[in-house]
Design a protein around this ligand. Structure first.
Ligand code: URA
Length: 433
């Protein structure tokens, strides 16, 4: 078998055997398939697609590239969640400590930024000294002792997805349903959790643009999980405008801390409630959604969820003082305010434009080897449906070190993200299904 023949086959729209997919993934791991060959095959997949069987073969090959964690000696209910990617999506950072504070053991495997979307690992690494690269034993021990751990992939956990994820990020091969499915589902199988809620996002700032496609992706992930003997739940949610108010690595951690202190934006609260609520019911800790909501509100009000975040930060080597002292974060020393061009209501706030602006300011990578600026990003003052007057501040951009041309482009993307109307627009709920 030769990689070049497999690439040619997919380029011609033909169907792969399980052996061919295994050959590619194993080859990538042992160095006999080069990154550029894998990138070329990924692009062929974006044009020609994978069928359900090929998607399941790829998912299985990812899982088999590492180990599957087993928590049966700790608890028979271990939870995990995963988002298909969004802008300002800091749900994990709020949800995991919240669930752990309520007694749900959480084993969370996360990724770095992908395409225009941010990644939990990058966000957490903006906490001074925080380590996401946990050895399997430490990951497990931490779940046993404090109830939750958030780790990046390790050489033992879906390393094939780790390699392909980094290639997809910089080769415009992210937005394919089968590639997203294999990436997400393999990580959720390897993490060993038995309660998994998937957050499938659609809209301008998501890889999947419409509700219908999000539904198809959710179905594909659930079917792929079932073919590999795992049961998943999925929530479909909107990513038309950024989630919450802060976008960018440090800024999103700051917003998450504020959330757990009880000060939050409605859309972020709604999606956290939906996912946490389902998880609590599946874990038999709440009999219905009302009871789950009361538990969640109490964990925020009492400070127990915030305390759990502090414990996670401390256990993973980070400085827990950042919970009280935001000045410990790198927040861009330069800022620029974007002002309203008109009186009226905000009728559109394009998440993709905001993501592009943040990436230009340094919050994401152009190349695999790029460093990111944890301090780059944007804080929104206004969201869809808010009333504005001309020259009101709509948002503020933050950065540390950016060339003038990139900055000008970022400002233009941000200004163009906002549209105005005379009448108050109808506000779509963030949770669709
Ligand atoms: N999150 C992942 O882990 N993989 C994807 O492909 C998209 C979102």
């Amino acid at each position: 078998m030769r990689a070049v023949d497999i690439i040619q086959k997919k380029k011609e729209g033909k169907t792969h055997t399980k052996e061919e997919i295994n050959f590619l993934i194993k080859g990538l791991m042992d160095g006999t398939v080069e990154d550029y060959q894998m990138s070329s095959w990924l692009m062929a997949v974006c044009f020609q697609g994978l069928n359900e069987d090929e998607t399941a073969y790829m998912t299985e090959a990812f899982v088999n590239s590492g180990e599957i964690l087993d928590f049966s000696d700790i608890s028979n209910t271990v939870a995990d969640k995963h988002s298909t990617g969004g802008v300002g999506d800091k749900v994990t950072i709020v949800l995991i400590p919240l669930l752990a504070a309520l007694g749900v053991k959480c084993a969370k495997l996360s990724g770095r930024g992908l395409g225009y979307t941010g990644g939990t690992v990058d966000k957490l690494e903006s906490i001074p000294n925080f380590k996401c690269q946990l050895e399997d034993n430490n990951f497990k021990n931490q779940i046993k002792t404090i109830g939750a751990a958030i780790s990046a992939q390790t050489p033992n956990l879906t390393p094939a997805d780790g390699k392909i994820y980094a290639l997809r990020d910089v080769t415009a091969t992210v937005d394919n349903k089968s590639l997203i499915c294999a990436s997400v589902v393999s990580k959720k199988i390897a993490s060993g959790a038995n309660i998994v809620v998937l957050d499938v996002k659609y809209g301008a700032g998501a890889f999947i643009k419409t509700k219908e496609e999000a539904r198809e992706l959710a179905d594909l992930m659930i079917k792929t999980g079932a073919k590999l003997n795992r049961k998943f739940e999925a929530v479909i949610s909107s990513m038309e405008q950024p989630l919450g108010t802060h976008i960018g690595n440090s800024l999103e951690i700051i917003e998450s801390i504020e959330f757990l202190k009880g000060s939050y934006n409605e859309d972020l609260y709604d999606i956290v409630l939906e996912i946490a609520g389902h998880t609590l019911i599946l874990a038999n800790l709440a009999k219905d959604f009302n009871e789950a909501k009361n538990l969640i509100d109490e964990a925020i009000k009492s400070g127990s969820a915030l305390q759990k975040l502090k414990e996670i930060i401390k256990a993973q080597g980070g400085n827990p003082d950042c919970i009280e002292d935001c000045s410990l974060f790198n927040v861009g020393k330069n800022k620029f305010e974007i002002k309203s061009k008109s009186d009226g209501y905000i009728s559109k706030l394009d998440a993709l434009n905001i993501a592009k602006a943040c990436k230009l300011l340094g919050a994401g990578r152009d190349k695999k080897s790029d460093d990111i600026d944890f301090g780059a990003g944007c804080i929104l003052n206004k969201k869809i449906g808010d009333k504005v007057q001309k020259d009101d501040i709509l948002c503020t951009l933050y950065w540390n070190n950016v060339e003038q041309t990139r900055l000008n482009e970022a400002v233009k993307y941000t200004e163009d993200a906002f549209e105005y109307s005379n009448l108050k627009p109808e506000i779509q709920p963030v949770v669709y299904k």
